[in-house]
Design a protein. Structure first.
Ligand SMILES: [Zn+2]
Length: 93
């Protein structure tokens, strides 16, 4: 089944992005706090996870179907995370 327009555009969007028709499959909790929600698109059947906690840059929609393709992650700034961390650690006196 081809990915519908809304799903093909959803990966990497902020978790606050509102959707048209998504069925909530389940919620993962961390210490009693909802940490991630799993959704399935009723239109095309694509599966997504919505990260709810962590740094703001981590709270995004992630496609579970395209995880292995890497096509959207090639230009991701996530690779710079290590640089930011070491920079902060070094600046701490
Ligand atoms: Zn869809």
């Amino acid at each position: 089944m081809p990915t519908c327009n809304s799903c093909s555009d959803l990966h990497g969007r902020p978790a606050s992005t509102q959707l048209c028709e998504m069925a909530l499959l389940g919620v993962g909790e961390l210490r009693g706090v909802p940490a991630v929600e799993h959704y399935r698109c009723v239109a095309c059947g694509s599966s997504f996870s919505r990260v709810l906690i962590g740094a703001s840059c981590d709270c995004i929609w992630q496609s579970l179907d395209r995880r292995c393709s890497g096509e959207d992650r090639a230009g991701s700034p996530a690779a710079r995370t290590d640089g930011f961390n070491s920079q902060e650690a070094g600046g701490t006196a």
